[in-house]
Design a protein around this ligand. Structure first.
Ligand SMILES: [Zn+2]
Length: 100
């Protein structure tokens, strides 16, 4: 089921795709490649290599189609305005100290 899946880049629904996603599948809206770290459940910019799967081979390019065997698309992968990790960290810190 691809219901709830959205493009990591533009947020467009990916409901029309069937799983597993083929490696060269692209968002119909912005043409972002979908078989990429940014759409994966294991993608996490806060960990080393930005991947939570310890046995996955390191993928340097997080935004283009990869050959990773562990790829699984994550629902709601879209982050508005594409905050950089540094900016997100700064905001988290500000929130921690009660700033708005
Ligand atoms: Zn898109």
């Amino acid at each position: 089921m691809t219901e709830g899946l959205v493009c990591w880049k533009c947020g467009a629904s990916l409901a029309e795709f069937s799983l597993p996603l083929r490696r060269l599948e692209e968002c119909r809206h912005c043409r972002a490649q979908l078989h990429a770290c940014r759409l994966c459940v294991d993608y996490d910019p806060r960990v080393a290599g930005a991947c939570r799967e310890p046995t996955a081979e390191e993928v340097r390019d997080k935004e283009h189609a990869n050959f990773c065997d562990h790829f699984r698309p994550r629902p709601a992968a879209h982050r508005p305005a594409d905050l950089s990790a540094a900016e997100q960290a700064r905001r988290d810190l500000a929130k921690l100290f009660g700033e708005s």
